[in-house]
Design a protein around this ligand. Structure first.
Ligand code: NDP
Length: 245
């Protein structure tokens, strides 16, 4: 379904990003899987069996413009074009507002929001030339609902929603569709650090009564990249077990 498509997925060294990269490759895309930890990407992609030749590990730090420009340039040079960008790289630096340092606030904004801005700005040029493209931003239920201890993260993820809607409006005429996916609580290293008590409480308030899996996010991202999603732009798709309705 994504045959002949070339995709960049950031934050692909583990968790949701790895699952997205694998799913896009499974659907036929050539995937440039990028993160700072390129060795981790090489390790999992070498174990991906028949998908290994479709997955290309690349190094990127989304806080660094030069590394982003290099990633996009090299992708287009090597694979001829860029059809899909998934802005998935993200970090948390949680803490209550009163105790939150400027550094922790800025670091989360810089990776989670400005990183997506930098990459989208670089990726939009080849997409405009091709008059086609799909951009998927991974936001969060926290960006919609807020969450105590995550003022920095919620601000970044809410900002990403406004960014998504604006890119959708600016580039619809060029054939570029931009949507966001808002995961709820997904079992990854990011949520593994949460206290067990909090995880239990969260699961009780999720209508589906469990955390989600990385594959459940990847499937929705692949749908948004595919041929069934041609009349869908500027949307935020919550994939959260019904937490936010
Ligand atoms: P993980 O912490 O497991 O993975 C985060 C990924 O981001 C890693 O691959 C990491 O790779 C990469 N990354 C971090 N900083 C940078 C950077 N500066 N440049 C490039 N890559 C970077 O997180 P998840 O898989 O759980 O989360 C993925 C996305 O989904 C994030 O945007 C997160 O906010 C969002 N999300 C997650 C939820 C969850 O419950 N897990 C819920 C809602 C949203 P490396 O360190 O190698 O660079």
């Amino acid at each position: 379904m994504l045959n002949q498509q070339v995709a960049i997925v950031t934050g692909a060294s583990q968790g949701i990003g790895r699952a997205i990269a694998l799913e896009l490759a499974r659907q036929g895309a050539t995937v440039v899987a990028a993160a700072r930890g390129v060795d981790k990407i090489r390790a999992w992609s070498n174990d991906a069996g028949a998908l290994t030749p479709r997955i290309h590990a690349a190094s990127v730090d989304v806080t660094d413009k030069a590394s982003i420009d290099k990633l996009v340039e090299e992708t287009v040079q090597k694979h001829g074009k860029l059809d899909i960008l998934v802005n998935n790289a993200g970090i948390t630096k949680d803490g209550l507002l009163m105790a939150m340092s400027d550094e922790d606030f800025d670091a989360v904004i810089d990776t989670n929001l400005r990183g997506a801005f930098r990459l989208t700005r670089a990726a939009i040029r080849p997409m405009i030339r091709a008059k086609a493209g799909r951009i998927i931003n991974i936001t969060s239920v926290t960006g919609i609902m807020g969450n105590p201890g995550q003022a920095n993260y919620a601000a970044a993820k809410a900002g990403l929603i406004g960014f998504t809607k604006t890119v959708a409006k600016e580039y619809a005429k060029k054939g570029i569709l931009c949507n966001a996916v808002a995961p709820g609580f997904i079992a990854t290293d990011m949520t593994a650090v949460l206290p067990d008590k909090l995880k239990e409480t969260v699961q009780q308030i999720i209508p589906l009564q469990r955390m989600g899996t990385c594959d459940e996010i990847a499937g929705v991202v692949a749908f948004l990249c595919g041929p069934a999603a041609t009349y869908l732009t500027g949307q935020v798709i919550s994939v959260d077990g019904g937490l936010h309705t």
